[in-house]
Write a protein that binds this ligand. Structure first.
Ligand code: G6P
Length: 370
């Protein structure tokens, strides 16, 4: 096992550090920047099916559901196709309206999650076109779907998903851009600038690992005894906040909630005092000014702000108690970079609390029962 961990203390840390490679592997052979094309065998034969879809419904559980939420933002923004995201467990039991024009995308690292599988079967019975985004090759979901695209993250052993999540976001980005290019929602120049940026992500993830590893480790020491955390973000980084909070609760057993930053005033603000740490994801591109106001509101109530910002940030950094700098990218890809320090922060807090990071209590890597 020590050999499999490749010198890292836990699989989770190894998998966090594998992300430059897993994102690269997920794009390899698909993203051809010089030719200006995205080649995805899984979607190529079905482009019209996607284009003519009444809507796309994404179903998933856990971390994969968070990837689905970001997928909704990506596909709606770039392909202008209507997307809904559903928890598989809710979808399957509420007699959902599904038509033969619908495309249902299941996202699942393991490809074995019982609720996701059951929801897919239901969609298939109703005649929808079903598409899989799985990590495990030849898994049950990969086998029952009409078509699909694998994430090439490699085996993920840590129960808390890390590299599978960023690989899912990579596949969803490729799909959204491919569809938008095909149906004309994206101009050629927009498409080119987005794929050029996408291609830079493995390098930027590497930079993010370097620039955030030591600081997250340091920050974690101050929160070992903390009981509650809030995570806030807006737009593409609202689901990042949900995922950051999920990582922390899964492995450290600290109660954490993710919220869209603008919703803070409708409830969570009542919780803020000098004992409440708030992780705020505030990259330059994406409602930055609004996030500055949110940080002011938090500081006025003496909350402790841990800010994830772009390198060289000034406004939020000047107010924050802790600053974590990540490289800048397009707003739509920023969750891929922001995931890195959020994973590391959760990891180190859990390690300092003496928790079993790779095998958290009560959780399973793949939930094959209801
Ligand atoms: C379990 C795992 C999570 C995962 C979820 C969905 O709860 O502990 O890490 O996100 O299942 O799993 P899937 O394999 O369908 O992505």
């Amino acid at each position: 096992e020590q050999i499999e961990k490749g010198g890292y203390e836990h699989f989770m840390l190894k998998e966090i550090f594998e992300q430059p490679k897993s994102v690269h592997d997920t794009m390899r052979g698909r993203l051809l920047v010089e030719e200006g094309i995205i080649k995805m065998a899984g979607i190529f034969d079905h482009l019209e099916r996607f284009n003519n879809a009444g809507r796309i419904i994404i179903i998933a559980c856990g971390t994969s559901w968070h990837a689905g939420l970001i997928g909704e933002y990506l596909i709606e923004e770039f392909a202008r196709v209507n997307v809904e995201v559903e928890y598989a467990s809710e979808f399957r039991y509420r007699n959902p309206i599904i038509t033969e024009k619908d495309v249902v995308i299941a996202i699942s690292q393991s490809g074995e999650t019982a609720d996701t599988m059951a929801a897919l079967k239901l969609a298939k019975e109703k005649g929808a076109f079903i598409y899989g985004i799985c990590n495990v090759v030849d898994s049950s979901i990969a086998r029952i779907t009409d078509a699909g695209s694998y994430t090439h993250a490699g085996p993920e052993i840590g129960v808390a998903s890390t590299k599978a999540f960023t690989a899912q976001l990579t596949v969803l980005s490729l799909i959204a851009l491919k569809l938008g290019k095909h149906n004309g929602a994206l101009s050629n120049s927009e498409f080119m600038s987005l794929i050029t940026e996408l291609d830079l992500l493995p390098k930027k993830i590497e930079e993010a690992l370097q620039s955030t590893h030591d600081i997250t480790k340091e920050i974690a020491k101050d929160f070992v005894e903390t009981q509650n955390f809030l995570y806030l973000g807006r737009g593409y980084n609202f689901p990042s906040a949900l995922e950051g909070a999920l990582k922390l609760k899964e492995i450290s057993y600290i109660h954490a909630e993710g919220y869209p930053a603008a919703e803070m005033k409708h409830g969570p603000i009542a919780l803020i005092d000098e004992n409440m740490p708030i992780v705020i994801i505030a990259p330059k591109k994406g409602h930055y000014d609004k996030l500055v106001s949110n940080v002011q509101e938090i500081k006025a109530r003496k909350g402790k702000v841990i800010a994830v910002v772009n390198k060289g940030d000034q406004q939020v950094s000047a107010m924050a108690d802790y600053v974590i700098e990540i490289p800048e990218t397009s707003e739509c890809f920023s969750p891929i970079i922001a995931a890195i320090p959020l994973q590391l922060l959760a990891y180190y807090i859990a390690v300092y609390r003496g928790a079993n990071v790779d095998q958290p209590r009560n959780l399973a890597k793949s939930v094959t029962v209801e």
